[in-house]
Ligand binder design. Sequence first.
Ligand code: FES
Ligand code: FES
Length: 748
Amino acid sequence: MSPRKPRAAAPKRVAFLAVNGARYHVEATPDTPLLWVLRDTLGLKGAKYGCGVGACGICTVLADGKPVRACVAPVAQVAGRAITTIEGLAADPMHPLLQAWIDEQVPQCGYCQPGQIMAAAALLAQRPSPTRADIDAAMSGVLCGCGTYQRIRRAPTAYPLAAAPRLPAPRVLVPATPESPSQADVALGPWLRIGRTGAITILVDRSEMGQGITTGLAMLVAEELDVALDRVRIEFAPAARAYFNPLIGEQLTGGSTGVRAAWVPLRESAAKARARLVATVVRPPGLSGKPERIDAIRALAVPGVRKVLEISSGVAVVAEHAASALAGRAALKLSWSAGRKRALSSAAIHKQLHQAVRRRGAPVRRRGDVERALGRAWLTLEAVYETPYLAHATLEPMNCIADVRANACDVWAPTQAQTAAQMTAAEIAGLPRKAVAVHTTFLGGGFGRRLETDFVADAVELSQRLATPVQVIWTRADDIQHDFYRPANIALLRGGLDEHRRPIAWSCRVAGPEAALDGIDMHYAIPNVREETVLADPGVPTGAWRSVGASQNAFAIESFVDELAHEAGEDPLASRRRLLGHERRAAATLDLAAAKAGWGTPLSNGKGRGVALYRSFGSWVAEVAEVAVSAKGAIRIERVVAAIDCGIAVNPDAVRSQLEGAIAFGLSAALKERITIARGGVRERTFEDYPLLTMAEMPEVEVNIVASDAPPGGVGEPGVPPIAPAVANAVFAASGKRIRTLPFRSAR
Ligand code: FES
Ligand code: FES
């Protein structure tokens, strides 16, 4: 769909930018966000795109020393101000804050870290010795999906006053030398490489003897790519057939053939590099639906927009740069058919799951005779626990580059599933699998989302249709509204105590989509047990989410164990400990967490401790949460003490870091996150209505590792399942309010 292209509505202007001490003049429309000028025009890729609406803070740079969200700061607003990016802090001499980040081993995926460091640099420039409250106040607006807050909080205080960092003073400098060849990540034919930071390298296949071939070829490429000449660096090509001079038949410099021979292949390579820059796909507003009407006239009027076309997943806007693609997308007028899922709603799903959980299910485990034991019990108890659909919300939205050619295809993707990505690309491109090369880039968070290949499919389909390399970027709204969600589920728990107040019966029935039905692992020695599942899939796309079914089922199981202990009048730790006699590793893990948390020591009014223990991915994790509940029911998580038996801890600091992150991730889900469905689509669009845990909400976390010589278990996921029940149990201990539905924002 490419209607006649009208005259461009918003002409580009030249703006002067002072970035990291160097001055640039750039051509951009005045409202172009600074982020895209930094990334696409200046090749400074440190500032990251997370939401595009100022809600996550990971694009933070400094303007005259003050933090600015580059995704919403128009270039006209920052022209003439001294801009500092992470590249400025990393330049020689390196800002001491970066060393603190290294010493504290802060990053996990790393995607948010440039924004975190810039926010910290601004704070330290004002307050060289910040308190925890200063740090929380200044940095809570910068989100970290991996939950590295605790280490971020330590880093700005890791250096003494004398090392208080300075920001680079504005001055005129030659722009920094582009990256080394080893950092380059995209080769476009034998002559051209585009580096991760946007640096461009030409491999010159001729000898330079003063005839100016290197400058001439660099100018040729710079012009074709529409970039400043100083962004192009030169390297001499090795002896190889690919560099044979076509006018002579061997690799040779002579006959005045330098530019004549290179003219076509270099321009073609450069044109390819330029053409690959961006495309973005508008998806239907609901979980189903097709475009009915596409009015692309205004979108095509946006400078840089090349094409608008319908593809399998929606309507693609193809442009030279990300800023143009996003502006074109905003100008697009679309109407959509509602699709077959138009009646889906959270209320209907809730009703469906509640009905399902009252049906008899497929047995997972059976021991003894539960019905008989319940019939004879001194006390019986029944409770229903509910968990919602959740997005993965990786800070880096989905994206992919694909280059489909007649006989081969290259894919550059932040993927967790290389085989699946290869199969997807091969199928769409109509090529054998071996003709598809998948290049894995760094992942800005995964959590299971990047096991899917929908973002790969977008890029491959577009590259094939347009016969050019294409980069697809998703917006935050695309990412939240078109995820493969952690499924909602409902668990019905029934239990019985005998006359000695010991548990004698346990029944657990879980209803939900398939991905919600695994991870049921009640590990206590109760004589009569029945566990069963009822498959009920409302039709919302679901997938693996960090710790999969264990993240939900641990909440039900470990909360209900607590409820039974309370009914028995027994301490919840003592009750668990008694029922774990045969599980020595579990008991040791529980004991360690309880001892380190000071279980049993008095707490002030309004505070409580809760404990939970769960096994997943071959590791046992126990967590003790300490919470404060205000008179109005507000919940504050003050401390979490964890213990893990993951067998041999190959890298103990990485184990601690993963547990800290998993606890933050699980807390975020337990306290804040929920996907709601209305009129067949997901309501939430950004971090404003799908909030994540912030720095100020992050409790102190202490991780203890059980000494073990057992084979290594998992460490990335097992920290997630126990945190929701540990906190819910602590809230009960503090307030008497039992929480059975996630997320919970207060104890009322
Ligand atoms: S605040 Fe700029 S990308 Fe989120
Ligand atoms: S380290 Fe912060 S989002 Fe991954």
